[in-house]
Design a protein around this ligand. Structure first.
Ligand SMILES: Cc1cc2nc3c(=O)[nH]c(=O)nc-3n(C[C@H](O)[C@H](O)[C@H](O)COP(=O)(O)O)c2cc1C
Length: 361
């Protein structure tokens, strides 16, 4: 019998061979937003490794939407050509489906990379003016963003649309919009970061309005046969913030607009957050959203072992599991999970001779 983790899964016209997803992981290695050899190696290694799906790091829809000077983007012809090269490499040699995460960092933009401390850029470090729903900084010492006006909102939405068109041209099989981790679209959802007095602020319906408009606009240009989903933080982990119950409402609205899956993460909107990190700590939220909104969900967060991932899928708490740090630690995680669970999984042709069954005594 096929183990649940290695059961195929269909999303629109895309057939995933198993339920394992390589979660987006910023590399802070791009130049002017363009991918380079680092990305070829980073995504290329996962493309060999037989997860069902590999999702790129947050790929920003504008230069001001980047977290750092070194973040990946998809807002210029050069960015498109550079990412195309990486995708062609993954297609030519790899065995996985490829997804892209489209993102805008909002008020968390214009900072140093985590390796350099992650703090806001100083005046002599080419900082830029950040944008957000309201002119409220992420925390003490952070840049105060400019509140987006009507024109700014239209522009940000069009940037998501333009990047989605580029991603479709490059040939990504799937896309997800980043509506989590305290970045621009999440900032609209949360009453902590969104204190607007217009139709984009106030009630839950108003706070959801801009992310839903962006989703709808992207869905309209994203090819009909390809899945489009959303990564959302199910809670801010702060009193008075965005809640799991609101996430369920958001999921229902997204589903009505043709959203194919929700990728359930949490937190990162407010430095006061208290996250009870533990194995599978976001799985209860994924389960709740799946049960109450009737949508396909991906769970992420400290899913590290094959049997843990298998149990999450087998118990129906999530349809897909996304894995980040354990994948960086072991890019062949899916091969090893397959072996542990007695399953077969695809090997890139050039690597077939390393399967232990053909050489190990
Ligand atoms: C180096 C690194 C970069 C990350 N970059 C992104 C990103 O670009 N977009 C995103 O949604 N999450 C990002 N994350 C979060 C991961 O996708 C994932 O949600 C988180 O690490 C929890 O999963 P894990 O316990 O399997 O690592 C990043 C995590 C790491 C470790």
């Amino acid at each position: 019998m096929t183990s649940p983790l290695f059961t195929p899964f269909a999303l629109r016209g895309l057939e995933l061979p198993n339920r394992i997803v390589v979660s987006p992981m910023c590399q802070y290695g791009a130049e002017q937003g363009s991918a380079n050899d680092w990305h070829l190696m980073h995504l290329g290694q996962f493309a060999m490794g037989a997860a069902g799906l590999v999702i790129t790091e947050a790929t920003h829809v504008s230069a001001v939407g980047r977290i750092t000077h070194r973040c990946l983007g998809l807002y210029s012809d050069d960015n498109e050509a550079a990412l195309q090269r990486v995708v062609e490499f993954c297609r030519r040699y790899g065995v996985v489906k490829l997804g892209i995460q489209l993102a805008h960092a909002g008020r968390k933009a214009s900072v140093h990379t985590p390796a350099q401390g992650g703090k806001p850029l100083a005046p002599d470090e080419r900082p830029w003016t950040t944008v957000a729903p309201s002119a409220l900084p992420f925390g003490p010492g952070w840049h105060t963003p400019q509140a987006l006006t009507g024109e700014g909102l239209r522009e940000a939405k069009q940037q998501f649309v333009a990047s989605a068109r580029r991603a479709a041209r490059i040939g990504f099989d799937l896309a997800e919009l980043h509506v989590g981790h305290g970045y621009l679209l999440h900032e609209f959802l949360s009453p902590i970061s969104n204190q607007r007095a217009d139709e984009y602020g106030g009630s839950t319906a108003n706070r959801m309005r801009f992310p839903l408009e962006v989703f709808e606009a992207v869905r309209a240009v994203w090819p009909a046969e390809r899945p489009l989903g959303v990564r959302v933080s199910a809670t801010d982990w702060v009193e008075g913030g965005w809640t799991p119950e609101e996430t369920v409402l958001f999921a229902r609205e997204l589903k009505a607009l043709g959203c194919d899956f929700l990728d359930i993460t949490s937190g990162q909107l407010d430095p006061r957050q208290q996250i009870p990190f533990a194995p599978g700590y976001n799985v209860p939220f994924a389960e709740q959203v799946k049960r109450e909104a009737g949508v396909t969900v991906m769970a992420v967060g400290m899913i590290t072992h094959a049997r843990q991932a298998q149990d999450i899928v087998a118990s129906g708490r999530a349809d897909l599991v996304a894995i980040a740090r354990a994948m960086m630690d072991d890019p062949r995680w899916a091969w090893h999970a397959a072996r542990e669970l007695g399953e077969q999984t695809a090997y890139a042709p050039n690597y077939q001779r390393c399967h232990p069954s053909v050489w190990k005594p």
